[in-house]
Design a protein around this ligand. Sequence first.
Ligand code: NAG
Ligand code: NAG
Ligand code: NAG
Ligand code: NAG
Ligand code: NAG
Length: 490
Amino acid sequence: MARFSLAFLLCTGLAAAKYIVPGARWHDTDGNLVSAHAGCVTLDEKTGKFYLFGEYKVEGHTEGGGVSVYSSDDLATWDSHGLALAPVEGHPYISPQNIIQRPKVVYSDVSKEYHMWWHADNSTYGLLLQGFARSPNISGPYTFVSAQAPMGNWSQDFGMFTDYKDGRSYALYSNGDRKEGRDVYLTSYNNDTTSLEQIIHRWDKFDLEAPSIVQTDKSYYALMSHKTGYRPNNVVAFRADSLSGPWSQPFIVAPLNTRTYNSQSGFTLRIRGTKKTTYLYLGDQWDSNSLWESRYIWLPMDIDDRRKSLSLVWNDVYDLNVKTGEYAAVKGKSYLAKDATVSGKAIKQEANFASGGVIVSGIYGNDSTVTFTNIEGSGKPQWVSFYYQNTDDMGFGDQPGGTPDRIGGSWQLRRIASVVVNGNVEKVETLFQRDTHKGIILSTPLMLNLEKGKGNTITVGGLWNGFDYKGADLDRIVVYPPEPETKGRH
Ligand SMILES: *[C@@H]1O[C@H](CO)[C@@H](O)[C@H](O)[C@H]1NC(C)=O
Ligand SMILES: *[C@@H]1O[C@H](CO)[C@@H](O)[C@H](O)[C@H]1NC(C)=O
Ligand SMILES: *[C@@H]1O[C@H](CO)[C@@H](O)[C@H](O)[C@H]1NC(C)=O
Ligand SMILES: *[C@@H]1O[C@H](CO)[C@@H](O)[C@H](O)[C@H]1NC(C)=O
Ligand SMILES: *[C@@H]1O[C@H](CO)[C@@H](O)[C@H](O)[C@H]1NC(C)=O
């Protein structure tokens, strides 16, 4: 067995093992935040490597950052290759003032080049075009070719789909927010993916955006989100036997009121392994307070063609084997807030939806906290998920808070909690706790350093989020084992 594992390791390389952790701060192999938002993952058939393309957003800049590119063997460890499409000062379509959004990249069998398409616009979204650039090298640099109006119409929130059965690619786009628009188009490209050819389907007046299609052996599922800006909502899917339809009524793909686990659709990936085909939802968790800190919610999808259903499967931490196509949830150990110690004004409050019927509320600043005790650690960095409820959607009586659930309210996207391990206040971790809903408990992860043994404590308080020092209500934490040194040793 040991010899077999060694051989396996030698022939697959010794890449650092990594789990996929939705909603965490993802770092590349240089230690920088992975900045590739609302993009796509393209498999390079020649090398078997995955390339992640997306909007490059840095602190202080919102638009015009260009398109970044990263590569990975396992969809978890990312090497940065800088900008695939760099902004050009003074350019009418790709200057730093232009909108360069939702980039997608496909390989053209005809030109033997990589073709990149995106939503090209000016800063006020007045152009609504589709940009096109190309490169002989998947990681670029890409050369700008054109910005076009698709079949003469407007284009917003660009998506792309390639049918694995015939290799044909399609553009997906909304024709904008105007009353005459509000449709989503599915339009085929010519065989070289250099221009659009024919409208295949139009989803009329559903007023959706961020479209993506995932294909199974029998079906197509088109996922789209509602239009609520950077605030997440209930993503829906339509199903059909063929791209031209008939398409089903839309249905919701994640538990109601989780707002699709606080994410927006944008891309989906089909991983055809030697043992299993796994379908991944590649969602964005936008942070309008600091766009550059937006996160990624990548989750497996449970698709049942017989029942004609698709739903996202939440996992705090999972281990995906891109070769076999299998994935497994990593198992952690729970510590309930019911059994924790509270200080100051933090209280254990009845909550019939919480673990053990109790949730800790009133967490505030550094003097009203909750401390989990007797936590077993490994002595190595490990993931800890915090299960919380944030009811800011109710709005606060004493301040201009509130949200879509309150007419005229303004949305607080997240609270920020402080997390301190073993009383070490020199090292305060910041935990972003996105809005959930009344009675909805979601989780969000942090990588923490716990000491080896069972004597660790984790203390959670509240930090300033721009409005207040309130921390979200806590249900429990789940401590995960450290990541294995190498992939393939489970
Ligand atoms: C964007 O384009 C539209 C349509 O041409 C135009 O009306 C608008 O002024 C432009 N915005 C900027 C900032 O140039
Ligand atoms: C393609 O990109 C890779 C990685 O960015 C680089 O090492 C290589 O030199 C590039 N090749 C060409 C032909 O530009
Ligand atoms: C785009 O399509 C809509 C719906 O068919 C139509 O009303 C509108 O005039 C079109 N816009 C352009 C610029 O062609
Ligand atoms: C692509 O289409 C052109 C014209 O429509 C045709 O001449 C060519 O043979 C096609 N190439 C492939 C690889 O299908
Ligand atoms: C506790 O928070 C207050 C602000 O509410 C701050 O002034 C003080 O420095 C903090 N104390 C510690 C020990 O962090």
